[in-house]
Design a protein around this ligand. Structure first.
Ligand SMILES: *Cc1c(COP(=O)(O)O)cnc(C)c1O
Length: 344
């Protein structure tokens, strides 16, 4: 893990909204209407808010959310960030921001299921075509259409954690005149950095590792400067904002992101190795494991792994999973305890 980023996470997104000392985290500023000194000042601020981030009305964001945006921008290494009420909303608004009727988006076969449903339902109904490429990206070039404007990436993929070669995908997409958007929920900014690997847009379900405590829903979208305008204008057009209380919770969660991910990694690897020793288990899906098909790409592009892995059982019967649950419950609990006792 890059220590410079961990240090940034401790300091990023501070505001100095009070006289005297400065709080470590920004205060929760609840607001709809905003007061100005004069009509002239109000007009002047409103004239600039199309391109600048200004506190002019609650639907345009609030200072607590702005602080979180800055923190996410630093983590993702992008230009600016917008916040959405869920990870799915972040993905949906990304698709709407960069696609027009008549255009086409390529999604990976492993894509988070609700995004597939959105593409096959809402987008299709609105004249935006979607098709799917292999999770490892090998058939991407062949699946491009003349009207392909966006290539969506998930690395590793949802559920089976297939890795893809993002720099290679980005090169193919850019040569074709398409943008690249990556779902970075798995990497959460620390383990994977799509914008540094060639993506134009990186989105995350902050609901997951960023908030880290299962008590808040949120999505983030961070882009490079050249890709920023369509995202900002869609978010403004739809009046999308998040509550300052939720923004505060996510920011507080992010302060400990590095420590939590390290522990997740330790536990997941212990469990993954244990699963590989089990006779009931056919395959363990985790690119951090040597021998996994995505291991070389994971070593090249990722800075660690998180708590996510999956596996298949040799027995196909529906009862097999239920039977294994008991074995795993005991085995995993013991291994996790060992991992805590022996952090090597
Ligand atoms: C959970 C998840 C989302 C959606 O996030 P929500 O906040 O639950 O809407 C999107 N992508 C991935 C990979 C996820 O795991």
């Amino acid at each position: 893990m890059k220590h410079s980023i961990l240090t940034h996470l401790a300091h990023a997104g501070r505001t100095s909204a009070v006289d005297g000392g400065q709080p470590v985290n920004p205060p929760v500023v609840r607001a709809s209407t905003v007061l100005f000194d004069s009509v002239a000042q109000m007009r002047e601020m409103r004239s600039r808010r199309g391109s600048e981030r200004l506190f002019t009305y609650g639907a345009r964001g609030n200072p607590t959310a702005f602080a979180l945006e800055d923190m996410v921008t630093e983590l993702e290494g992008g230009y600016r960030t917008r916040l959405f009420p869920s990870g799915l909303a972040a993905a949906a608004m990304t698709l709407l921001a960069y696609l027009r009727p008549g255009e086409h988006v390529l999604l990976p076969d492993c894509v988070y299921e609700p995004v597939r449903k959105l593409a096959e339902g809402f987008l299709a109904q609105h004249g935006i075509a979607a098709s799917f490429y292999a999770a490892d990206g090998h058939d991407l070039q062949a699946r491009l259409r003349r009207e392909t404007r966006l290539v969506y990436v998930e690395a590793p993929g949802s559920l089976a954690y297939e890795m893809c070669d993002l720099p290679a995908i980005a090169e193919i997409a850019h040569r074709h005149g398409a943008l690249v958007a990556a779902d970075n929920t798995w990497g959460s900014g620390l383990l994977y950095q799509p914008l540094a690997l060639g993506a134009d847009i990186s989105l995350m379900a902050a609901t997951k590792y960023l908030s880290g405590h299962s008590d808040v829903m949120m999505g983030t979208v961070c882009t490079l400067e050249a890709a920023w305008a369509p995202l900002a204008s869609v978010a403004d057009a739809f009046g999308i904002t998040v509550s300052p209380d939720d923004a505060y919770l996510v920011q507080r969660g992010m302060r400990s992101l590095g420590a939590r991910l390290s522990q997740h990694e330790r536990g997941a690897l212990v469990v993954a190795h244990w699963l590989r020793t089990r006779p009931e288990v056919a395959e363990v899906f985790c690119p951090a494991l040597p021998g996994d098909p995505g291991h070389a790409l994971w070593q090249r592009d990722c800075h660690g792994t998180n708590g996510l892995l999956s596996f298949s059982l040799r027995a196909a019967a529906p009862d097999a999973a239920r039977g294994f649950e008991v074995t795993a419950g005991e085995g995993v609990a013991r291994r996790a305890l060992e991992a805590r006792l022996d952090p090597a």
